[in-house]
Design a protein around this ligand. Structure first.
Ligand code: NAD
Length: 490
């Protein structure tokens, strides 16, 4: 085992070496290779493997830094974090290609991950003073003061699909409200995020922001740590259930952004061509590896054939290849586990009575088997009860399910353990709004269902097994503060 500590900032090497970030220092221990999911024979970065010792040191450093950061006046915290946001924004151009080679997305998607993440941080800083405002009541007996105080050490556990934005959705409210934070990146996309954070820490007091690398065991140790008072997790529902157990002994506060199986409900007055044009990008964005991608589509039977034809034609325009190749419209799946899961679901669906239609083209036939590539697939004549409709596919395949009765379709839409986002497609806006109100989900979009649907003022999160709590907006900040009531009698 080798351990060295250097000032934060990347080491100079052809393949970047990325350490834990503890007390403002990068700690390099037992480096492991991270491979490009689009060129499996290429090593993209070498990243420190984590263990209980690293968890202990990072949490202790964050705990030590907490009183000083909590007591830093809010305008000073905003000043420092504004500088950190500048640094993050300026890092995008250099680090986005590295992010592409870690998680397999397209270059413009990786750039937009940095842009959106920077926007999330800036937006949070613009509203934090209002959110932290003190509420006071005076009467003849004395006064009541209600202050919002930070919880202490927070932990952010993030997935690989949009690591910058998903980390900023936690970092921004945590640090702006005065908590300190330890981030655990995904083993599938640890490098670009950590290098960006290692630059941002230059603007912060030592220990306020740390990073520990590792897999589920390290995440579990962070969630169980008695000094951790808040865990914010984005990832799958299975891991979310385990995190609830890990947080139970300390009654640690949780925000959980979990999996989704987002339904799109097409009503019978919708224009099929217009709907297909707007809906398809929301299915296949980032190879379908987006928590709120459209994952099952309900279509009136009388428009089914026309809708399915238009849908398959539109999907045929996709070209799948490496994310750095400008000819690609989406990249490979993010890692081996994802590839196994998606190809297994495809195999099971092909063996059922549904028709599995493969469309699109390969950008680079010769490199196809050297990456986790999957062409887009449309599943026609799918049943609502089939695994392809019930399970979160998190990949470039989608079932189109015919319905005869709108009430039946709504019942199917709501018949899911998930409830993240959802959409209703129609011509009549009032009818769309009325139907949207009856959908069980954290968000329902009308005539849209993709990144264009989101706005930082909208709280984002799920109901049922899609999560607990919200991110974005005032609701997102509420999870990082406690109300402290002070009653003063004369
Ligand atoms: P994942 O659950 O496998 O891993 C997510 C993170 O949790 C990783 O950093 C992982 O190392 C860590 N982890 C895994 N098990 C853990 C445990 N027991 N304790 C602590 N940490 C643990 O998910 P993934 O494959 O990285 O991401 C895909 C999933 O994430 C999909 O289900 C997707 O829908 C979901 N997701 C949800 C949102 C949202 O906002 N709701 C956003 C993006 C992704």
């Amino acid at each position: 085992m080798t351990t060295t500590a250097t000032p934060a900032g990347p080491r100079t090497a052809t393949i970047p070496e990325v350490g834990h970030l503890i007390d403002g220092l990068q700690v390099f221990r037992d480096l492991r290779d991270v491979h490009d999911p689009g060129r499996l024979d290429e090593v993209v970065a070498r990243v420190a493997a984590g263990g209980s010792e690293d968890v202990e040191r990072a949490v202790t450093a964050a705990h030590r830094a907490f009183p000083g950061w909590r007591d830093t006046p809010v305008p000073e915290r905003i000043r420092r974090l504004t500088a950190a946001a500048e640094t993050l924004g300026a890092s995008g151009e250099e680090l986005a290609p590295l992010l592409v080679r870690e998680h397999g997305g397209l270059l413009h998607e990786a750039e937009s991950d940095f842009g959106v993440g920077t926007g999330v941080l800036r937006h949070t800083l613009s509203v934090v003073e209002d959110v932290l405002g003190v509420v006071a009541y005076d009467d003849e007996r004395g006064s009541i003061t209600i202050e919002k105080v930070p919880r202490g050490v927070a932990v952010a556990i993030v997935p690989w699909n949009m690591p910058i934005t998903l980390a900023m959705l936690k970092l921004a409210p945590a640090l702006a409200t005065g908590n300190t934070l330890v981030v655990k990146p995904s083993p599938s996309a640890p490098a670009a995020l950590t290098l960006a954070l290692s630059r941002m820490v230059d603007h912060l007091p030592s220990g306020v922001l740390g990073v520990v690398h590792g897999g589920a065991d390290v995440g579990d140790a962070l969630c169980r740590h008695p000094l951790v008072r808040k865990v914010s997790f984005t990832g799958g529902t299975t891991a979310g259930r385990r995190i609830i157990e890990s947080a139970a002994p300390g009654i640690t506060d949780l925000t959980l952004e979990l999996g989704g199986n987002d339904p799109a409900l097409v009503l019978d007055d919708a224009d099929p061509d217009l709907t297909v044009d707007r809906m398809v990008p929301g299915v296949f964005m980032r190879s379908g590896q987006v928590c709120f991608a459209v994952k099952r589509v309900y279509v009136p039977r009388r428009m089914y054939a026309r809708f399915a034809d238009a849908f398959c034609d539109r999907v045929d325009q996709y070209a799948v290849g490496h994310g750095l190749n400008p000819a690609s419209s989406f990249g490979p799946l993010g890692n081996e586990a994802q590839h196994r899961r998606v190809t297994d679901l495809l195999r099971r669906t092909a063996a059922s009575s549904a028709r599995v239609i493969e469309r699109g083209s390969k950008v680079d036939e010769s490199g196809w088997d050297n990456g986790y590539y999957v062409l887009p697939h449309v599943v026609l004549d799918a049943d609502h009860d089939a695994p392809i409709s019930r399970e979160e596919q998190f990949g470039p395949l989608v079932p189109l399910i015919a319905y005869d009765d709108e009430e039946q379709a709504l019942a199917w839409v709501n018949d899911s353990e998930h409830g993240l986002a959802s959409s209703v497609w129609c011509a009549d806006p009032e009818r769309g709004l009325a139907m949207a109100r009856r959908v069980e989900a954290g968000s329902t979009f009308v005539n849209t269902h993709s990144f264009e649907s989101l706005d930082p003022r909208m709280p984002f999160g799920g109901i049922k097994c899609s999560g607990i709590g919200r991110e974005c907006g005032d609701a997102g900040m509420a999870g990082y503060v406690e109300a402290h009531a002070i009653r003063h009698l004369q």
